[in-house]
Ligand binder design. Structure first.
Ligand SMILES: [Zn+2]
Length: 390
């Protein structure tokens, strides 16, 4: 293992206050620069700052921990054929605020500044600045609140067009066996699945719909940062974002990340971010198409997205996304800080391969990453007991 990889570490504040010596142990072996502290506890921030490390607060975004100001709750449609009770999606449990709510971004940014100042933080690392993972089908086709009708109309989009698209998609799927999906001629534009929906239905609606959703998130993040900087002008504004493979589906297309100081895609949640989402997208396409099997449709979707080999091998998928993220960061001209978790395991069968953090650090360095954000301290200290405690 490389001894001096540049590391940023996620840590709960209780872990830091109970065992601050662990930070020293990590710093002996790695070039530890910053700690992202999950909860606002001033003592934890002091213990990190005392060690000449940056102390970033993991600030809640559009959904997550219920601490956000409740300005305007997002509204999602019921999706034809979709039964969420049959296909649970982990993130569905969290209510979301609408990114187009006029007052919300300003309130959130001010809340970040006030909290970061009070904690003595060196900055914020904003999380959940996006819609839920695509496993939650409702979030693909919302928000449809009155504010969203207005902002969509400004881009020439009518939110009501979504039901025409669903009808066209079902109609086309009913006539095309999954084995032939990859033969549809597609113009590469934004994301392989969005492009394929557009090509299959011969409608530009999916392109315009997801462009609007990504613009909504981008503009929300810019407004959050502006309000944050007004209240905390010297502090850093960073954010994480979704897995590059599916990011445009949740409003996190790479260009939406320009307000962050880094490009930091989350690559440690392959099973529920990517595989779980493909499972639910396959279930929905199966219902819409009224033909085929779950397996043939899952395979067809994975083929469209170029992840067939990774479907049952999470480690393979994470490697693929490390490369994809590096290309996106280079295109954006931003520093690349992939967020890795070396203990990821397959939750959907397939081979039991695990992604090793040591390999991730090496590969990230080879790909020109500025550093790696690590989600588990045990993986850095070779101590299996730490994760239990941590
Ligand atoms: Zn809305």
């Amino acid at each position: 293992m490389r001894q001096r990889s540049r590391i940023i570490l996620y840590a709960p504040s209780a872990a830091i206050t109970a065992r601050p010596d662990l930070l020293d142990r990590v710093a002996e072996r790695y070039d530890l620069r910053s700690v992202i502290i999950r909860s606002p506890d001033r003592t934890a921030f002091e213990l990190v700052r005392e060690r000449d490390l940056d102390a970033l607060w993991l600030a809640p975004g559009l959904w997550g921990d219920g601490q956000q100001p409740a300005t305007n709750r997002a509204v999602f449609p019921s999706v034809p054929g979709w039964d969420a009770s049959l296909h649970p999606a982990y993130e569905r449990q969290f209510p979301m605020q609408c990114p187009n709510s006029p007052g919300f971004a300003g309130e959130l940014g001010a809340y970040y500044a006030q909290t970061a100042n009070a904690l003595g933080a060196t900055g914020v690392f904003a999380t959940h600045q996006r819609y839920h993972h695509p496993a939650n089908l409702e979030h693909l086709w919302g928000c449809i609140c009155p504010n969203c009708w207005v902002t969509a109309a400004q881009t020439g989009l009518d939110v009501g067009e979504v039901s025409n698209f669903w009808r066209a998609l079902a109609h086309k799927l009913a006539k095309l066996p999954a084995e032939q999906w990859a033969q549809v001629p597609v113009m590469a534009s934004t994301n392989p699945l969005i492009d394929w929906w557009a090509a299959l239905t011969d409608m530009d609606f999916p392109l315009r719909w997801f462009a609007w959703k990504n613009t909504s998130i981008e503009s929300h993040m810019l407004r959050v940062r502006a309000a944050f900087e007004a209240g905390a002008p010297k502090l850093a504004f960073a954010a994480n974002c979704f897995e590059p493979l599916l990011a445009p589906l949740v409003g996190n297309a790479p260009t939406t990340q320009r307000s962050s100081i880094w490009y930091a895609p989350l690559l440690g949640y392959w099973s529920h971010h990517v595989h779980g989402s493909l499972e639910n997208l396959a279930a929905w396409h199966l219902i819409l198409s009224s033909q085929g099997t779950r397996d043939s449709i899952l395979q067809a979707l994975a083929t469209l997205l170029g992840v067939g080999a990774a479907l049952n091998d999470a480690a393979h998928g994470i490697r693929q996304e490390l490369y994809l993220g590096a290309a996106q960061a280079a295109q954006l001209g931003m520093e690349y800080y992939p967020v890795l978790n070396g203990t990821i395991a397959n939750q959907y069968g397939g081979t039991a391969s695990q992604f090793s953090l040591a390999e991730g650090l090496d590969l990230a360095e080879k790909l020109g990453a500025a550093g790696v954000i690590v989600q588990g301290i045990s993986q850095l200290l070779d101590d299996a007991l730490l994760d239990f405690w941590y």
